[in-house]
Design a protein around this ligand. Structure first.
Ligand code: THU
Length: 137
């Protein structure tokens, strides 16, 4: 894979901007995400809540579903931004979706002022279940 065309700072800025559109009326916990595609495009998402609560969609999955629906298939990194001192890592379902569609990407966490953490997705989701296992007899 060739060198990145966008910086982490640009991705963090995009995720912070996306976070402003969050529909977090119930939790008040606004999240923004930014995916970097292999060819250097930035696809963002924010969390979208719902009055039945259970239909809530996290920022990371909104970003990934947007990206997939626009034809993107290869990714380098994902940035997650929340207004917290501690890192806000992707939830379990988001880790699964990110793993299946983005592979072992770098996951960068940030708040409104600074970066709060950086991990490989494989460290956040050890021993994943994925399509390779469906083919094994
Ligand atoms: N949320 C995200 O969007 N991403 C995360 O990584 C953690 C949680 C959202 C879901 C819900 O709308 C709110 O944050 C509180 O859980």
């Amino acid at each position: 894979m060739s060198a990145s065309k966008v910086t982490v700072a640009e991705l963090v800025a995009a995720a912070r901007k996306a976070r402003r559109a969050a529909q977090a009326h119930f939790s008040k916990f606004k999240v923004g995400a930014a995916l970097e595609t292999e060819d250097g495009q930035i696809i963002t998402g924010c969390n979208i809540e719902n009055a039945t609560y259970g239909l809530t969609m996290c920022a990371e999955r909104v970003a990934m579903f947007k990206a997939l629906s626009e034809g993107h298939r290869r990714f380098r990194r994902v940035v997650v931004v929340a207004d917290t001192q501690a890192p806000t890592p992707p939830c379990g379902p988001c880790r699964q979706i990110l793993w299946e569609y983005a592979g072992d990407v770098e996951v960068v966490m940030a708040n409104l002022k600074r970066e709060t953490g950086r991990h490989r997705l494989s460290d956040l989701l050890p021993l994943p279940f994925d399509a390779r296992l469906l083919k094994k007899k």
